[in-house]
Design a protein around this ligand. Structure first.
Ligand code: ARG
Length: 276
Protein backbone atom coordinates (compact mmCIF):
# COMPACT_ATOMS: atom_id res chain seq x y z
CA UNK A 1 0.00 0.00 0.00
CA UNK A 2 2.77 2.41 0.72
CA UNK A 3 4.39 2.48 -2.63
CA UNK A 4 1.27 3.26 -4.68
CA UNK A 5 0.19 5.81 -2.12
CA UNK A 6 3.57 7.46 -2.23
CA UNK A 7 3.39 7.45 -6.00
CA UNK A 8 -0.08 8.98 -6.02
CA UNK A 9 1.00 11.58 -3.52
CA UNK A 10 4.10 12.46 -5.50
CA UNK A 11 1.89 12.71 -8.57
CA UNK A 12 -0.53 14.99 -6.76
CA UNK A 13 2.33 17.19 -5.58
CA UNK A 14 3.71 17.37 -9.11
CA UNK A 15 0.24 18.31 -10.39
CA UNK A 16 -0.12 20.99 -7.74
CA UNK A 17 3.31 22.36 -8.56
CA UNK A 18 2.44 22.32 -12.26
CA UNK A 19 -0.89 24.07 -11.63
CA UNK A 20 0.81 26.71 -9.51
CA UNK A 21 3.38 27.35 -12.22
CA UNK A 22 1.03 27.16 -15.21
CA UNK A 23 0.38 30.75 -16.27
CA UNK A 24 -2.64 29.71 -18.34
CA UNK A 25 -4.51 28.63 -15.23
CA UNK A 26 -5.21 31.18 -12.55
CA UNK A 27 -5.34 29.47 -9.16
CA UNK A 28 -7.40 32.31 -7.68
CA UNK A 29 -10.41 33.41 -9.72
CA UNK A 30 -10.93 37.15 -9.87
CA UNK A 31 -14.01 38.61 -8.26
CA UNK A 32 -17.16 38.46 -10.37
CA UNK A 33 -17.22 42.19 -11.07
CA UNK A 34 -13.86 42.09 -12.79
CA UNK A 35 -14.43 41.24 -16.24
CA UNK A 36 -8.32 41.19 -21.38
CA UNK A 37 -10.67 42.00 -18.04
CA UNK A 38 -12.86 45.11 -18.20
CA UNK A 39 -12.32 45.69 -21.89
CA UNK A 40 -14.11 44.96 -25.11
CA UNK A 41 -13.60 43.58 -28.61
CA UNK A 42 -11.54 45.61 -31.09
CA UNK A 43 -10.92 45.31 -34.84
CA UNK A 44 -7.66 43.55 -35.66
CA UNK A 45 -7.08 45.94 -38.57
CA UNK A 46 -6.90 48.86 -36.11
CA UNK A 47 -4.04 47.19 -34.22
CA UNK A 48 -2.10 45.19 -36.83
CA UNK A 49 0.88 44.95 -34.46
CA UNK A 50 -1.11 42.80 -31.99
CA UNK A 51 -0.48 39.17 -32.96
CA UNK A 52 -1.20 35.74 -31.54
CA UNK A 53 1.38 33.04 -30.87
CA UNK A 54 0.16 29.65 -31.94
CA UNK A 55 0.92 25.97 -31.70
CA UNK A 56 -1.94 23.70 -32.70
CA UNK A 57 0.16 20.69 -31.70
CA UNK A 58 0.31 21.95 -28.12
CA UNK A 59 -2.96 23.86 -27.71
CA UNK A 60 -5.41 22.40 -30.24
CA UNK A 61 -7.06 24.02 -33.20
CA UNK A 62 -10.28 25.53 -31.92
CA UNK A 63 -8.71 28.91 -31.17
CA UNK A 64 -6.05 28.69 -33.92
CA UNK A 65 -3.68 27.23 -31.34
CA UNK A 66 -3.36 30.60 -29.56
CA UNK A 67 -1.47 30.51 -26.25
CA UNK A 68 0.19 33.93 -25.84
CA UNK A 69 0.28 37.35 -27.41
CA UNK A 70 3.02 39.09 -29.32
CA UNK A 71 3.84 42.49 -30.83
CA UNK A 72 5.19 43.29 -34.28
CA UNK A 73 8.08 45.78 -34.05
CA UNK A 74 9.58 45.08 -37.48
CA UNK A 75 8.35 43.20 -40.55
CA UNK A 76 10.09 40.01 -39.44
CA UNK A 77 10.47 40.84 -35.73
CA UNK A 78 7.90 40.02 -33.05
CA UNK A 79 8.31 40.52 -29.31
CA UNK A 80 6.72 38.30 -26.72
CA UNK A 81 7.26 37.35 -23.09
CA UNK A 82 10.21 35.08 -22.28
CA UNK A 83 7.94 33.00 -20.06
CA UNK A 84 5.74 32.20 -23.10
CA UNK A 85 8.69 30.23 -24.52
CA UNK A 86 9.14 28.25 -21.30
CA UNK A 87 8.16 24.76 -20.35
CA UNK A 88 5.57 25.95 -17.82
CA UNK A 89 3.51 27.42 -20.65
CA UNK A 90 4.37 25.03 -23.50
CA UNK A 91 4.32 21.84 -21.43
CA UNK A 92 7.47 20.68 -23.26
CA UNK A 93 10.81 22.31 -24.06
CA UNK A 94 10.60 24.90 -26.84
CA UNK A 95 12.77 22.69 -29.06
CA UNK A 96 9.95 20.13 -29.09
CA UNK A 97 7.41 22.61 -30.46
CA UNK A 98 7.60 22.14 -34.20
CA UNK A 99 4.69 24.30 -35.31
CA UNK A 100 5.35 27.61 -33.54
CA UNK A 101 3.71 30.37 -35.58
CA UNK A 102 2.72 33.98 -35.40
CA UNK A 103 -0.82 34.77 -36.52
CA UNK A 104 -1.29 38.31 -37.79
CA UNK A 105 -4.37 40.08 -39.12
CA UNK A 106 -6.82 37.65 -37.57
CA UNK A 107 -9.09 39.11 -34.89
CA UNK A 108 -11.34 36.07 -34.60
CA UNK A 109 -9.34 32.97 -33.79
CA UNK A 110 -12.04 30.74 -35.31
CA UNK A 111 -11.53 32.40 -38.70
CA UNK A 112 -8.80 31.71 -41.24
CA UNK A 113 -8.00 35.23 -42.43
CA UNK A 114 -4.72 37.07 -42.02
CA UNK A 115 -1.37 35.33 -42.16
CA UNK A 116 0.20 32.45 -40.25
CA UNK A 117 3.93 32.76 -40.38
CA UNK A 118 6.37 30.18 -39.00
CA UNK A 119 8.91 31.39 -36.46
CA UNK A 120 12.44 30.90 -37.77
CA UNK A 121 14.43 31.90 -34.71
CA UNK A 122 13.75 32.53 -31.03
CA UNK A 123 15.97 34.63 -28.78
CA UNK A 124 15.12 34.44 -25.09
CA UNK A 125 16.52 37.19 -22.88
CA UNK A 126 19.40 35.50 -21.02
CA UNK A 127 18.76 37.95 -18.17
CA UNK A 128 15.16 36.77 -17.72
CA UNK A 129 14.69 35.74 -14.10
CA UNK A 130 11.76 33.34 -13.71
CA UNK A 131 11.76 33.88 -9.94
CA UNK A 132 11.27 37.67 -9.91
CA UNK A 133 9.94 37.75 -13.54
CA UNK A 134 12.46 40.46 -14.41
CA UNK A 135 13.45 40.85 -18.07
CA UNK A 136 10.45 38.91 -19.41
CA UNK A 137 11.08 39.32 -23.15
CA UNK A 138 11.83 37.12 -26.14
CA UNK A 139 12.39 38.09 -29.78
CA UNK A 140 10.92 35.97 -32.56
CA UNK A 141 12.28 36.19 -36.09
CA UNK A 142 9.71 35.29 -38.73
CA UNK A 143 10.32 33.16 -41.81
CA UNK A 144 8.53 35.74 -44.01
CA UNK A 145 7.88 39.46 -43.65
CA UNK A 146 4.53 40.82 -42.48
CA UNK A 147 2.77 43.48 -44.53
CA UNK A 148 4.20 47.01 -44.46
CA UNK A 149 2.68 49.13 -41.72
CA UNK A 150 2.26 46.23 -39.27
CA UNK A 151 4.93 47.38 -36.84
CA UNK A 152 4.49 49.67 -33.84
CA UNK A 153 7.29 51.98 -32.65
CA UNK A 154 8.88 51.15 -29.30
CA UNK A 155 9.04 53.88 -26.65
CA UNK A 156 12.63 54.55 -25.68
CA UNK A 157 14.21 55.55 -22.39
CA UNK A 158 12.73 58.78 -21.03
CA UNK A 159 9.65 58.66 -23.26
CA UNK A 160 6.80 60.49 -21.49
CA UNK A 161 4.53 57.53 -22.31
CA UNK A 162 6.05 55.74 -19.29
CA UNK A 163 4.93 58.45 -16.85
CA UNK A 164 2.40 57.56 -14.17
CA UNK A 165 -1.10 58.69 -15.13
CA UNK A 166 -0.59 58.09 -18.86
CA UNK A 167 -3.59 56.53 -20.58
CA UNK A 168 -2.66 53.18 -22.11
CA UNK A 169 -4.34 50.13 -23.62
CA UNK A 170 -3.60 46.43 -23.37
CA UNK A 171 -4.53 43.90 -26.07
CA UNK A 172 -5.02 40.16 -26.11
CA UNK A 173 -7.06 37.00 -26.61
CA UNK A 174 -6.71 35.94 -22.99
CA UNK A 175 -9.11 35.26 -20.16
CA UNK A 176 -11.89 37.86 -19.92
CA UNK A 177 -13.24 36.79 -16.51
CA UNK A 178 -10.31 35.57 -14.43
CA UNK A 179 -11.82 32.09 -14.36
CA UNK A 180 -10.71 30.63 -17.67
CA UNK A 181 -13.02 32.17 -20.27
CA UNK A 182 -10.64 32.67 -23.19
CA UNK A 183 -11.65 35.24 -25.77
CA UNK A 184 -12.18 34.17 -29.35
CA UNK A 185 -11.72 37.70 -30.65
CA UNK A 186 -9.09 40.30 -29.90
CA UNK A 187 -9.96 42.39 -26.85
CA UNK A 188 -8.53 45.59 -25.46
CA UNK A 189 -8.86 47.31 -22.11
CA UNK A 190 -7.94 50.87 -21.22
CA UNK A 191 -5.61 51.06 -18.25
CA UNK A 192 -3.32 53.72 -16.88
CA UNK A 193 0.35 53.66 -16.14
CA UNK A 194 0.60 53.52 -12.36
CA UNK A 195 3.43 54.79 -10.18
CA UNK A 196 6.17 52.23 -9.51
CA UNK A 197 5.41 52.66 -5.80
CA UNK A 198 1.97 51.10 -6.32
CA UNK A 199 3.46 47.85 -7.64
CA UNK A 200 6.41 47.95 -5.23
CA UNK A 201 3.86 47.91 -2.44
CA UNK A 202 1.68 45.25 -4.10
CA UNK A 203 4.59 42.98 -5.04
CA UNK A 204 7.46 43.32 -2.56
CA UNK A 205 8.42 39.72 -3.32
CA UNK A 206 6.29 36.57 -3.33
CA UNK A 207 5.73 33.41 -5.35
CA UNK A 208 4.14 35.59 -8.04
CA UNK A 209 7.24 37.73 -8.53
CA UNK A 210 9.02 40.85 -7.31
CA UNK A 211 8.29 44.26 -8.81
CA UNK A 212 11.47 45.79 -10.18
CA UNK A 213 10.98 49.29 -11.59
CA UNK A 214 14.04 49.15 -13.87
CA UNK A 215 12.63 46.31 -15.95
CA UNK A 216 8.87 46.45 -15.28
CA UNK A 217 5.93 48.80 -15.79
CA UNK A 218 2.97 48.91 -13.40
CA UNK A 219 -0.43 49.48 -15.06
CA UNK A 220 -4.11 49.04 -14.37
CA UNK A 221 -6.53 50.94 -12.19
CA UNK A 222 -6.13 51.53 -8.47
CA UNK A 223 -9.45 49.82 -7.84
CA UNK A 224 -8.76 46.96 -10.27
CA UNK A 225 -11.47 46.20 -12.84
CA UNK A 226 -9.37 46.65 -16.00
CA UNK A 227 -6.36 44.42 -16.53
CA UNK A 228 -4.67 41.79 -18.63
CA UNK A 229 -5.12 38.15 -17.65
CA UNK A 230 -3.93 34.62 -18.42
CA UNK A 231 -3.37 34.08 -22.12
CA UNK A 232 -2.59 37.75 -22.76
CA UNK A 233 1.08 37.35 -21.89
CA UNK A 234 3.55 38.76 -24.38
CA UNK A 235 0.91 41.10 -25.82
CA UNK A 236 1.18 44.87 -26.10
CA UNK A 237 0.74 47.71 -23.63
CA UNK A 238 0.46 50.81 -25.80
CA UNK A 239 0.55 54.48 -24.82
CA UNK A 240 0.83 57.57 -27.07
CA UNK A 241 0.85 55.19 -30.05
CA UNK A 242 4.04 53.53 -28.87
CA UNK A 243 4.83 50.18 -27.26
CA UNK A 244 5.77 50.61 -23.60
CA UNK A 245 5.22 47.12 -22.21
CA UNK A 246 4.51 43.43 -22.72
CA UNK A 247 1.94 41.60 -20.60
CA UNK A 248 4.02 39.71 -18.03
CA UNK A 249 2.41 38.89 -14.71
CA UNK A 250 0.12 39.87 -11.84
CA UNK A 251 -1.71 38.37 -8.92
CA UNK A 252 -5.13 37.25 -10.11
CA UNK A 253 -6.71 39.56 -12.67
CA UNK A 254 -8.40 42.93 -12.23
CA UNK A 255 -8.22 42.88 -8.47
CA UNK A 256 -7.96 46.08 -6.47
CA UNK A 257 -4.45 46.46 -5.09
CA UNK A 258 -2.93 43.93 -7.54
CA UNK A 259 -2.19 45.80 -10.79
CA UNK A 260 -0.83 44.25 -13.95
CA UNK A 261 2.93 44.05 -14.35
CA UNK A 262 4.47 44.53 -17.80
CA UNK A 263 7.97 44.11 -19.21
CA UNK A 264 9.42 47.65 -19.52
CA UNK A 265 10.62 47.94 -23.10
CA UNK A 266 13.09 50.74 -22.29
CA UNK A 267 14.49 48.53 -19.52
CA UNK A 268 15.30 45.60 -21.83
CA UNK A 269 16.34 47.57 -24.95
CA UNK A 270 20.03 47.28 -24.04
CA UNK A 271 20.11 43.50 -23.72
CA UNK A 272 17.95 43.17 -26.85
CA UNK A 273 20.40 45.24 -28.89
CA UNK A 274 23.18 42.93 -27.82
CA UNK A 275 21.39 39.74 -28.84
CA UNK A 276 23.46 37.41 -30.94
N1 ARG B 1 1.20 35.28 -16.95
C1 ARG B 1 0.01 35.53 -17.71
C2 ARG B 1 0.09 34.87 -19.07
O1 ARG B 1 0.93 34.02 -19.26
C3 ARG B 1 -0.30 37.01 -17.79
C4 ARG B 1 -0.86 37.47 -16.52
C5 ARG B 1 -1.14 38.93 -16.49
N2 ARG B 1 -1.91 39.16 -15.30
C6 ARG B 1 -2.39 40.32 -14.95
N3 ARG B 1 -3.15 40.37 -13.90
N4 ARG B 1 -2.14 41.42 -15.61
O2 ARG B 1 -0.76 35.02 -19.91
Amino acid sequence: MRRPFARVWTGALALMAAAAALPLVSPIPASADSVVIGGGPVRASDSPWAVALSSRDRFGGTRSGQFCGGVVIGRTTVLTAAHCMGRDVLGVPLSDVEDLKVIAGRGDLRAADGAEIPVRRVWINPEYDSYTNSGDVAVLTLAEPLPKGSAIPVAGQGDPAYEAGTAAAVYGWGDTTGSGTYARTLHSARVQVLADAVCEKAYPGSVDGTYTAATMVCAGELDGRRDACQGDSGGPLVAHGRLIGLVSWGSGCGRAGSPGVYTRLSGVAGVMRGRG
